[in-house]
Design a protein around this ligand. Sequence first.
Ligand code: LLP
Length: 413
Amino acid sequence: MDFFNYKENELYAEDMSVAKLAEEFGTPLYIYSKATLERHMKAFFDALSGHEHLICYAVKANSNLAILNLMAKMGSGFDVVSEGELRRVIAAGGDPKKVIFSGVGKTRSEIAFALEQDILCLNIESESEVDVISEVAGSLGKVAKVALRVNPNVDAKTHPSISTGLKNNKFGIAFDRAFEVYKKIASDKNLKVSGIDCHIGSQMTSGAPILEATDRILDLYNRLTDEGICIDHIDIGGGLGVTYSDETPPSPYEYISAVTAKLAHTNVAIYVEPGRAMVANAGILVTQVLYKKFTENKNFAIVDAGMNDLIRPALYNSWMNIIEVHKRRDDVKTYDVVGPVCESDDFLGHDRKLCIEEGELLAVRGAGAYGASMSSNYNSRPLIKEVLIAGDKAHVIRERQSIEQMWMNEKMI
Ligand code: LLP
């Protein structure tokens, strides 16, 4: 459930008319709902309430400072994958001691920065990284708390581009190697074993894959415990899917309680790293129809938002729901909704039944995750404005980038 609903055929974001917001702030425009974010966060907290836990919101899904600040105020920790994300968390008032750092390619300086901030845990993704973290920690006189991101070779049954827990993926340490690597870490004075981590994929619409992965992790946990290697947390990653079309993912409660039931007999805390499930349905992208074009085979609705603003359809062929801001049904036609960028793949949706005139507005739902955070300046299009709605108040949480800001760091020879 979210807080984008029609009132008398006009789309509202909480108590504010989307059309009025578009008029005031211009388009394309990202609009987020604070009440939806709070609802999602609460769902995760409720699901985890019977178990020691930490929610580490995956910053990459939406890294706007205002969103991070809200998450921090609600008690969330953070999953980061770069120094930039860690610095965002700190700038937004997040607690570095609730931050875990994942990613296959952490640089030495990123590792050093993370250790200086005393973050909670570094999730190690390769055997070479073990040595590098040990070296950097040693040189700083620190002991790095670490988990291995284990690749359990479990099929997340999602789009291949966002599947991460299979043998052929670059992520994590092969399950069969993990035990040996833990033994090595346990004997390293610069490292302290903290947890076991896995993240097998994104937009999972069933709980079965994560339960399979949890079984494998439990197996490893038991072997490590028998060996005297102490594990204080198990991190099941992110990956819970959302409804873009007719998917029926489990609720956070269903998804997590099945995992906690499996881990009930252990004494470890559970960490989760949700991104999409937290923010996707808390955001829409509003765009204006510039032109309609009718050709022999296709009708096009050419809109002012492009693949640079929202790349998911172009990159993964993702289906995202496109709705009219002013809903009516008197002249429904089938359109390809396409952007102004000079690429044939610049589309938001194919074959959509819409009733729309030039100058009217469309909204792409589910755009709160991996929308703004993946946007770019391609075709020299400035990053667009983002507003966060709280009841009947609109807060601009990112100004539209100016033309000069776009080329600020460029130099002519
Ligand atoms: N933890 C790690 C280590 C991750 O790599 C990810 C996502 C997450 C947590 C959060 O996963 P979530 O709960 O959001 O599924 N750009 C793609 C999604 C890429 C996900 C990358 N990793 C998309 O738009 O579908």
